[in-house]
Design a protein around this ligand. Structure first.
Ligand SMILES: [Zn+2]
Length: 332
């Protein structure tokens, strides 16, 4: 261990200090937060001593606690963005229509507002969303070159994730089918939709890359629909040997909760659930109830909606999805 010294006012000399963890609370933006602080004590007299480096560590811990409690994007994710999309901090800020220094301030540890944090989370989770911002905001960029080099990298990311997620949505469907005794094409679509939405709410990333469409009977992933449509209103025969190795532990935990708390309702009930929810309603705005439509339900609207559900129901883990579906069931 590094035996560093610091001046102890009590002993009036430089002393060796020991660091211990202590639960502390501090105020930030009007609320009190508890966090684990690193406190230095003089080894000779036992008094607390002031070590500037620990102040920085503790401030970061307090900020991290604040971020978690308020669902603000983590500093690590913010700092990963310029490299991920090959764009400078200032150009990124301009692209978003923010002040020139705004992103840099967040990068250096300043706390983003909730609204800006949501935008940054979506950018982090979804290269397709970032690309759409890049196209929309390219006028704001001062150099054509910054636009070009970011676009190349982002398109490459999308190619990779398209190739990877090709199988991912199918693996997710297989996983649901293999663990769920009784699932029809209609309920499978809803299960995929809820899995996608809650994956974003809990883990700030999308489970798979495919977009869904706002059909008459609710959100539909056309590729999966085509694979199973011959089953009509019957249960799909389950796949026995599913290779779940591309699914992480947290993804499986999420899907197990979807199986327990979403798939337990019939396809028709789940359809009624989705008809009360904003993403489907907004995507079909202005359409008669029975009008066929291929309108996209954007990942942005799914992410935003399910993040708000998680917040409204104070969900701590995917197990809490139960509270939401039970509530919907009582309402319809
Ligand atoms: Zn001392």
């Amino acid at each position: 261990m590094n035996r560093q010294t610091v001046f102890c006012p009590e002993c009036r000399q430089d002393v060796i200090y020991v660091v211990k963890e202590k639960r502390e609370s501090a105020e930030l933006k009007g609320d009190l937060y508890e966090f684990m602080a690193q406190i230095a004590y003089c080894e000779q007299c036992g008094q607390e001593v002031f070590v500037p480096e620990l102040e920085d560590v503790n401030l970061k811990e307090l900020y991290d606690t604040y971020r978690q409690k308020n669902d603000i994007i983590s500093l690590e994710k913010i700092q990963s963005l310029p490299e991920k999309y090959n764009i400078g901090k200032r150009p990124l800020s301009l692209l978003l229509g923010w002040g020139e220094q705004t992103f840099s301030r967040y990068y250096d540890g300043d706390m983003p507002t909730k609204q800006y944090s949501e935008i940054l989370k979506l950018i982090h989770a979804d290269p397709a969303y970032y690309l759409s911002l890049l196209e929309k905001g390219k006028e704001n960029l001062k150099s054509e070159k910054a636009y070009e080099k970011s676009k190349v990298i982002t398109e490459r990311l999308l190619d990779y994730s398209a190739a990877e997620s090709q199988s991912k949505i199918e693996v997710v469907a297989d996983y649901l089918l293999s663990k769920c005794g009784d699932i029809t094409p209609l309920s499978l679509q809803k299960a995929l939709y809820y899995a996608q939405g809650f994956c974003y709410a809990f883990y700030e990333k999308f489970l798979f890359n495919e977009d869904c469409e706002a059909w008459v009977h609710g959100p539909v992933y056309p590729k999966i629909y085509r694979q199973y449509r011959d089953y009509c209103f019957d249960s799909i025969e389950s796949e026995d040997g599913v290779d779940a190795s591309v699914l992480s532990g947290e993804e499986q935990l999420l899907l197990d909760s979807i199986i327990n708390h979403v798939c337990c309702y019939s396809g028709k009930t789940l359809e009624a659930f989705t008809h009360t929810e904003k993403p489907w309603i907004l995507a079909r705005a202005g359409l008669p109830l029975d009008a066929p439509s291929n309108r996209l339900i954007t990942k942005e609207s799914i992410g935003e909606f399910f993040a708000s559900v998680k917040e409204k129901y104070h969900m701590l883990s995917p197990v809490n999805i139960k509270a939401y579906t039970r509530d919907l069931f009582a309402q319809i």
